[in-house]
Design a protein around this ligand. Structure first.
Ligand code: IPM
Ligand code: MG
Length: 368
């Protein structure tokens, strides 16, 4: 199979973690006999430096002609004082919108070998396996009107939480379909006791449930959900929620996995004419400029995102499973970076990447 991939390393630790993810993809392509075509582009602060915009037209064109994009992270402290429209993060929001990847899949797993890395009690975290489906191209992130006007005590800031029913339906269907392939339980998260927006969300999810009689749907208010995620994480299967709630809950849920350096994500939307799902794959973590370039960053979220790309965009289930199994073996062997609080000396970003590659089983045919 031909795998056409755009790599956007971005800022901070983005380049070093994507390097390891790309090496894993090269290793898989080599072992399974796929042709890998890699392009590289600019996004975020790196793009502002080189092209004075966080999402250059060239990057957009590349992303639209490639099947899947692997992204590192964006954001740099030097841009902290700028308005949202001029920050590196705008590049990330723009590419999500340009690719129309409305469903952001964020799996959260508590690996047995990482239970001690979480500050929560083992008995609570054990067995956790959640898929958060975050709506990614609507809500407060994109709603109009927005902006700051006036001055003095009257200076006023406005953001708008806007969802059309069709936007809720498409991400809702995606979540129901995914729940159907997993534990058949879907929790929809909203703030329907306060927001009209959430009332439409809840009504739409309830209506969709009629098409999925085999999936059990329940609803949680977002504040309660934040608490239940810590009280009884292993009882959840698939969570679906709007953009900002999903952003917040997924960072919280990373505590269950031991470190935010463990969380991969897959953003998907439409299927292309060649049968491939166009997707954007990025770690949930940020650019962590404080540890950039020191070999301390955990590459497993980026490597997990590459595995998700193999799975969702290219349908290469065996290859994706082999990468995931290799990650599990690497964790069990204690080859982890400092964020996971290893008992001994932490491994470097490169050493973890190397350990994952070593642990990938070749396919049966190649094994002879
Ligand atoms: C994420 C990040 C982004 C978001 C930022 C960097 C714009 O926090 O992917 O979760 O808020 O979506
Ligand atoms: Mg976030």
């Amino acid at each position: 199979m031909e795998l056409k991939i755009l790599v956007l390393p971005g800022d901070g630790i983005g380049p070093e973690v994507t390097r390891e993810a790309v090496r894993v993809l090269e290793h898989v392509a080599d072992k399974w006999g796929h042709a890998l075509t890699l392009r590289e582009g600019l996004l975020g602060g790196a793009a502002i430096h080189a092209a004075r915009t966080p999402f250059p037209d060239e990057t957009k064109a590349l992303a639209l002609e490639t099947d899947a994009t692997l992204l590192g992270a964006v954001g740099l402290p030097e841009f902290d004082e700028l308005p949202p429209s001029q920050r590196p993060e705008k590049g990330l929001l723009d590419i999500r919108k340009a690719l129309d990847v409305y469903a952001n899949l964020r799996p959260v797993q508590a690996y047995e070998s990482l239970l001690e890395s979480s500050p929560l009690k083992n008995a609570i975290v054990r067995g956790t396996d959640i898929l958060i489906v975050r709506e990614l191209t609507g809500g407060l992130y994109f709603g109009q009107p927005r902006g700051i006007s006036g001055s003095g005590a009257g200076e006023t800031a406005v953001n708008s939480m806007v969802y059309r029913r069709s936007e809720i339906e498409r991400v809702g269907r995606m979540a129901f379909d995914l729940a159907r392939k997993r534990g058949k339980r879907l929790t929809s998260v909203d703030k329907a006791n306060v927001l009209e927006n959430s009332q439409l969300w809840r009504r739409t999810m309830t209506r969709l449930a009629a098409d999925y009689p085999d999936v059990a749907l329940d609803h949680l208010l977002v504040d309660n959900c934040a608490m239940q995620l810590i009280l009884r994480p292993s009882s959840f299967d698939v969570l679906v929620t709007e953009n900002l709630f999903g952003d917040i809950l997924s960072d919280e849920a990373s505590v269950l996995a031991g470190s935010i350096g463990m969380l991969p994500s897959a953003s998907i939307g439409k299927r292309l004419p060649n049968g491939v799902w166009r997707g954007l794959y990025e770690p949930v973590h940020g650019s962590a400029p404080d540890i950039a370039g020191q070999g301390k960053a955990n590459p497993l979220a980026a490597i997990g995102s590459a595995a998700a790309m193999l799975q969702y965009s290219f349908g290469l289930l065996e290859e994706a499973a082999a990468v995931e199994a290799a990650v599990r073996r690497t964790l069990a062997a204690g080859r982890v970076t400092a964020d996971l609080k290893p008992a001994g000396e932490p491994a470097t970003t490169e050493q973890v990447g190397q350990a994952v590659r070593n642990a990938i089983d070749p396919p049966r045919a190649a094994r002879g």
